[in-house]
Design a protein around this ligand. Structure first.
Ligand code: ARG
Length: 456
C-alpha cells in the first residue's frame, strides 16, 4: 500500500511490531461504515465518478457480508483493518478500489472508525448499567423494612434499611449513566475528511459524511481531529468509575457472604466450590469483579500514559489506543452482567442482619438525640450520659432497649418525668424520616420518585 519508495520489504519483526490487525479487526463494521460514507460523498461531490463510487459501495457491502459470515482474515503484511478491507476491495472490484482513499488518510479514517466504535460501546454499557439499576431497585423494594447494621469504619454504627443501602448503589450508577451520556455528547464530531493532518485540497463535504455517520457535525481542526483520543479516555474514565462502584459493591457482597456475617447467600449460579473443601461456597464472581476493576483502571492509565508525551499530530504510538479500550470494555461487560446476576439471585438473611444491627449498641445515638430533644440536655452532655448507659448495659449484658426509665434517671436525674424512646432497631430506623434518610417510608418514597422521574 505504501511501498513505492522502498527497495526492500520490512524485517520480519517490523511487520509484527507494526501490525494492528490482530486487534483492530474488531473495528471492521465501523471502518466499512466510514468508507461507504466517504465513497458516497466522493461520488456526490464529483471528486470521483458516480459509477466508481457505486462500485466501491457495492464492494464494501459484499465485504461486510463476507466478514459477518466468515470473520476477518488476519494477514500481518496488511498491517491493519483499513488496509485489509482495501486489499479485499481491490480483489473484488479491481483498480477502481484505489479511488476510495482519495481525500482521506488512515489517520482520519481510524479516528472516525474508533469514535464510531466507542459510541456503540457506550450505548451498550448504558443498557447494562440500567439492568443492574433495575435489579437494585427490585431488591430494594423487597427489603425496605429489612434491617441491617450501617457501618462506619466497618464498625456497627446505626441500624439502617437494606433497601436504603441498595439504593445508595443505585445513586452511584445514576451518576455513571450521566457520565456515559456525556461521553457521547462530546463524541459527536466526525474527524473524517481531515485527511493526514492538514485537511485536503479536494472540495469534500464533511457535513455530509458527519451526518451520514450519525455525528452532529464535523470536527473543527484537522490537527486535533487526527491526534485526539479524548473520546476513548472519556470512555475509560467512565468505565473506571463504574468499575470502582462495582468493586465496592463486590467487596460488600464478599463480606456479607462470609460466615461470621452471614447476611447473604449467593445463588449456586454465581458461586464456586473448592476442589478440596467440600463445604465451600466461594464468592468468586464478586472477587473477580473487584479484581477486574483494577485491570479496567489499569487500561485507563495505559492510554493516559500513551498519550501524554505525543506531539501533534498522529504518531504510531496511537495505534496502541485500541487494546486497552477493548480490554476494559470486555471486562466491564462481564462485571456488569455478573453483578446483575448476583444482585438478582442472592438470598438475604434478615434474622442475621437484624441480630448484627442489634449488637454494638447501635441505637445509642437515638438515646442521645432523645435526651437533647425531650429533656433539653446539651448534646455533648447527652453523649456522656448515653456513654454511661452503654456501660451499664455492658455490665448487665443487655441491650439499650432493655433499660428502664429508672436506670437512666439514676445516671442523670434531669430525665425524670419523660417516657423513654423506642430504642429497638426498628424504632431507630423508623425515626430517620429526614429527606433521603433510612426510614422505610423515606426509602419507599425514594423508590417512587426514581420510578416517577424515570431515572431507570
Ligand atoms: N493502524 C493505524 C492505527 O490504528 C492506522 C493509522 C496509520 N496511519 C499512519 N500514518 N501510519 O493508528
Amino acid at each position: 500500500m505504501w511501498g513505492g519508495r522502498f527497495a526492500e520489504g520490512p524485517a520480519a519483526v517490523m511487520a509484527e511490531i507494526n501490525a494492528s490487525i490482530p486487534f483492530d479487526k474488531r473495528l471492521w463494521r465501523q471502518d466499512i461504515r466510514g468508507s461507504i460514507a466517504h465513497a458516497e460523498m466522493l461520488g456526490k461531490t464529483g471528486i470521483i465518478d458516480r459509477p466508481d463510487a457505486d462500485r466501491i459501495t457495492a464492494g464494501l457491502k459484499q465485504i461486510e457480508a463476507e466478514y459477518a459470515a466468515e470473520g476477518v482474515p488476519v494477514n500481518l503484511a496488511l498491517e491493519d483493518i483499513h488496509m485489509t478491507i482495501e486489499a479485499r476491495l481491490t480483489e473484488i472490484i479491481g483498480p477502481v478500489a484505489g479511488r476510495l482513499h482519495t481525500a482521506r488518510s488512515r489517520n482520519d479514517q481510524v479516528a472516525t472508525a474508533f469514535r464510531l466504535w466507542t459510541r456503540d460501546a457506550v450505548t451498550e454499557v448504558l443498557g447494562a448499567v440500567s439492568e443492574l439499576q433495575q435489579a437494585l431497585i427490585a431488591r430494594a423494594e423487597e427489603h425496605t423494612d429489612t434491617i441491617l447494621p450501617g457501618f462506619t469504619h466497618l464498625q456497627v454504627a446505626q441500624p439502617i434499611s437494606l433497601g436504603h443501602h441498595l439504593l445508595a448503589y443505585y445513586e452511584m450508577f445514576s451518576r455513571d449513566v450521566s457520565r456515559l451520556h456525556q461521553c457521547n455528547q462530546r463524541n459527536d464530531e466526525c474527524p473524517l475528511g481531515s485527511a493526514a493532518l492538514a485537511g485536503t485540497g479536494f472540495a469534500n463535504d464533511r457535513d455530509m459524511t458527519a451526518k451520514a455517520l450519525g455525528f452532529d457535525r464535523p470536527t473543527s481542526n484537522s490537527m486535533d481531529s487526527v491526534s485526539d483520543r479524548d473520546f476513548a479516555l472519556d470512555y475509560l474514565m467512565a468505565a473506571s468509575q463504574i468499575a470502582l462502584h462495582l468493586s465496592r459493591l463486590a467487596e460488600e457482597i464478599i463480606i456479607w457472604a462470609s460466615q461470621p456475617f452471614g447476611f447473604v447467600k449467593l445463588s449456586d449460579a454465581w458461586s464456586t466450590g473448592s476442589s478440596i473443601m467440600p463445604q465451600k461456597r466461594n464468592p468468586d464472581a464478586a472477587e473477580l469483579v473487584r479484581g477486574h476493576a483494577g485491570r479496567i483502571t489499569g487500561c485507563l492509565n495505559a492510554l493516559m500514559m500513551m498519550m501524554k508525551g505525543l506531539p501533534l499530530a498522529y504518531s504510531k504510538d496511537m495505534q496502541n489506543d485500541k487494546p486497552p479500550v477493548f480490554e476494559a470494555h470486555d471486562l466491564l461487560g462481564l462485571c456488569l452482567t455478573a453483578m446483575t446476576g448476583m444482585v438478582e439471585s442472592m438470598t438475604f438473611n434478615p434474622e442475621k442482619m437484624r441480630a448484627a444491627a442489634d449488637s454494638g449498641f447501635s441505637t445509642a445515638t437515638d438515646l442521645a438525640d432523645w435526651l437533647v430533644r425531650e429533656a433539653g440536655i446539651p448534646f455533648r452532655e447527652a453523649h456522656h450520659i448515653t456513654g454511661a448507659a452503654v456501660k451499664l448495659c455492658e455490665e448487665r449484658s443487655c441491650g439499650l432497649a432493655d433499660l428502664t426509665a429508672k436506670d437512666i434517671i439514676a445516671i442523670d436525674e434531669r430525665v425524670a418525668g419523660y417516657d423513654l424512646p423506642d430504642l429497638s432497631v426498628e424504632g431507630s430506623v423508623a425515626s430517620r424520616t429526614s429527606y433521603g434518610g433510612t426510614a422505610p417510608e423515606q426509602v419507599r418514597q425514594q423508590i417512587m420518585l426514581i420510578k416517577q422521574t424515570n431515572r431507570l
